[in-house]
Ligand binder design. Structure first.
Ligand SMILES: Cc1cc2nc3c(=O)[nH]c(=O)nc-3n(C[C@H](O)[C@H](O)[C@H](O)COP(=O)(O)OP(=O)(O)OC[C@H]3O[C@@H](n4cnc5c(N)ncnc54)[C@H](O)[C@@H]3O)c2cc1C
Length: 383
């Protein structure tokens, strides 16, 4: 019996486990994959991520890994107008591109160094007794085991078995994105700049180029499930064509895809539902905390993991009122994230679904520095 079980050692789970372990709680961090492990992602980390890493006291370790710092964002409109928005001075050095294999390993190691116990096992179901979650059923070396704790923090990502069981439904396709990504080796030196191309075919989605190092880029394309069903060809073909665009070829020189493209789903934060169940809290992708304008989720995974850790630590002080205490989580995440999520949903619906507003805004930004500043802030606000 532990005080808390955290399922999933990605950014959300590692953040929750770190907070709880640092507060002296007995926390078991369960993941079915040995670390380091990869997670399909664009690898783009905004200043919001950095702020969370500072709160978790892991920023020094991340900075020491020398991930590639970004200084600007280049936006490409559907009619291929390109503008560059420079990062503001106060955010200098706080945006970077970090391959998840290394980034997540640092976070997970920080959680265990803080006192969390890592347990390698595949979680298959919650243990629900008397209407509340009392632990999880897990499989290790083909042997089923019961792991028990009065609180379970559910951080097992987008395909969460536990979240689906507790919510009694999957996230609806209208608020789900399908994205595909790969790593490409280039012969030309890459800029310290990420690029988003609002390709007409995939709106309200986009294609991206995020440089991981001087000659390696993370490239991908994503769109909503609804739009994906209307497409006449697979995302892979759209990604291949994107890589052949003249300005992309110019940036890359000779390009070699060094990994097989991986497809993955993203659950957007566009629905109001409680992330708290008696004995359990959903965080990160398992709780559908992905920003719907950008598809970014690492910052909110860290925020919701941290908040779940804080709320759980406080709730454990009063065993009689435990579930009451856990309910604070819904209030806390709303205070920190809800207005941003609502704005992002509005931007996606009103702005990103059609070509003309994006063409208009990006063309205009060419001559108006204050519009470029809005674009620089945009990527931060919605990350
Ligand atoms: C193609 C793509 C591009 C993206 N690009 C960006 C980007 O550039 N920037 C950004 O901020 N966000 C991006 N995102 C979103 C980001 O990847 C997620 O929001 C983030 O990984 C969420 O972290 P998490 O800890 O909630 O879940 P995850 O990182 O998915 O971690 C979940 C963990 O749970 C474990 N697990 C799963 N099931 C079980 C089980 N049954 N038993 C035990 N363990 C289990 C997994 O092994 C994993 O370690 C992107 C997503 C995709 C798909």
């Amino acid at each position: 019996m532990h005080e808390v079980i955290v399922v999933g050692a990605g950014p959300a789970g590692s953040a929750a486990a770190t907070v709880l372990a640092r507060a002296g709680r007995d926390v078991l961090l369960v993941d079915h994959t040995e670390f380091p492990r990869d997670k399909p992602c664009g690898d783009g980390m905004s200043p919001m991520v950095t702020t969370e890493l500072e709160k978790l006291c892991v920023w020094d370790a991340v900075r020491a890994a020398n991930f590639r710092i970004m200084h600007s964002v280049r936006y490409v409109s559907p009619n291929e107008h390109i503008i560059e928005a420079l990062e503001s001075r106060e955010n200098e050095g706080r945006s970077f591109v970090a391959p998840r294999t290394r980034f997540d390993h640092i976070l997970k190691e920080h959680a265990t160094a803080s006192g969390a116990t890592f347990h390698l096992a595949h979680v298959t179901a919650p243990i629900v007794e008397n209407g509340r979650v009392q632990g999880v059923v897990a499989r290790k070396d083909q042997v089923e085991q019961e792991l028990r704790a009065p609180v379970v923090i559910v951080a097992d990502g987008n395909n969460s078995v536990l979240a689906t069981t507790l919510r009694k439904q999957k996230h609806p396709p209208i608020h789900t994105v399908l994205a595909i990504k790969a790593y490409v080796r280039t012969t030309k030196e890459q800029p310290h700049s990420i690029l988003l191309h609002f390709l007409k075919e995939v709106l309200p989605g986009y294609a991206w180029i995020f440089p991981v190092s001087s000659d390696l880029v993370n490239v991908g394309v994503g769109t909503t499930m609804v739009r994906n069903r209307q497409l006449r060809r697979p995302l892979r073909a759209i990604l291949d064509d994107f890589l052949q665009l003249p300005y992309v070829r110019e940036q890359f020189g000779e390009a070699t895809m060094v990994t097989k493209p991986q497809a993955w789903m993203l659950n957007l934060a566009c629905m109001d539902f409680s992330r708290v169940f008696p004995g359990a809290i959903l965080v990160g992708d398992a709780g559908a905390f992905i920003n719907s304008a950008t598809g970014a989720g690492v910052a909110s995974a860290l925020t919701t993991g941290r908040l779940a850790g804080e709320v759980t630590h406080a709730a454990l002080h009063s065993k009689a009122m435990l579930d009451e205490g856990l309910r604070d989580f819904d209030q806390r995440w709303k205070q920190e994230l809800e207005s941003r999520f609502n704005q992002a949903c509005l931007v996606r619906r009103l702005f990103l679904g059609r070509t003309w507003p994006i063409n208009w805004f990006i063309e205009r930004s060419h001559h108006h520095p204050h519009l470029r500043r809005i674009l620089a802030e945009w990527i931060i606000r919605f990350s």
